[in-house]
Design a protein around this ligand. Structure first.
Ligand code: ADE
Length: 236
């Protein structure tokens, strides 16, 4: 698999300093991903470098202007014009993020994240880029709550996507049994490590038995119970 490219467009580039850390930092060092961060304000016009305006039709809040967004997106797309681009617009009105959507994103060549603020980005940005060849536009929400902007949502999606890129995790086997990649969206069984006794609580005896068949069936049962306990309305 060739390197996955990420371009992030935001008015708060500093939000993305955690990308230097841990798994994603290492994935960049190992050349498995490339990440470029662009300040939307660089494309803003006028002395005030404003990127938003009042909504047509009235209402509270401000809407991000399509003008700087168009400039910023055109530049990013032109910088890798041979690629298929997936433009992700973060919005609470988008398709809900799930592990299967994450699995779709990990095979993309070039992902662009448009981080809106305020009441979001003028909808013509979605409409315009949908008409272009070699660009897929996806509006994505990370859950049914409203954030101050798309930056944190972008970090969430990137972490979920990048850990699936081959070579990123030290032990790829850990992807096999984890929550939400199991059948029927089951969650994982509980995990324990040393010490065997902690604050008077013992690790379940079966896990110390060395009997792999018993361990497997205990874990399946635990996963089933945990999954059933989750309220279907809160599972998304
Ligand atoms: N922007 C504001 N809230 C959001 C959410 N829940 N998901 C994605 N982007 C957002």
């Amino acid at each position: 698999m060739s390197k996955v490219c990420f371009d992030l467009i935001t008015i708060f580039p500093e939000y993305f300093s955690p990308l230097k850390l841990s798994l994603i930092g290492k994935a960049q060092e190992n050349n498995l991903v490339s990440i470029a961060i662009h300040d939307l304000r660089d494309q803003a016009q006028g002395v005030h470098k404003s990127v938003d305006d009042t909504p047509y039709g009235g209402g509270a809040g401000m809407v991000m202007s399509p003008v700087p967004w168009g400039e910023a997106l055109d530049r990013v797309i032109a910088s890798d014009s041979a690629a298929i681009h997936d433009l992700i617009i973060l919005t609470p009105a988008g398709q809900k993020l799930t592990q299967s959507l994450v699995e779709e994103l990990v095979v993309c060549e070039h992902l662009i994240f448009a981080c809106g603020r305020y009441e979001g980005i003028d909808h013509r940005v979605t409409e315009f880029y949908q008409t272009l060849p070699n660009i897929r536009v996806r509006e994505i929400s990370i859950g049914d709550y409203v954030l101050g902007g798309g930056e944190v949502a972008t970090l969430v999606i990137m972490e979920a996507v990048i850990r699936l890129i081959p070579g990123v995790l030290g032990n790829p086997q850990s992807l096999v049994e984890e929550s939400h990649s199991l059948p029927e969206d089951a969650v994982e069984y509980p995990n324990y490590t040393k010490p065997a006794s902690w604050r008077g609580i013992e690790v379940p005896e079966v896990l110390l038995s060395g009997n792999h068949a018993r361990i497997k069936s205990w874990r399946n049962e635990q996963a089933r119970e945990r999954t059933l306990k989750l309220d279907p309305r809160t599972r998304g």
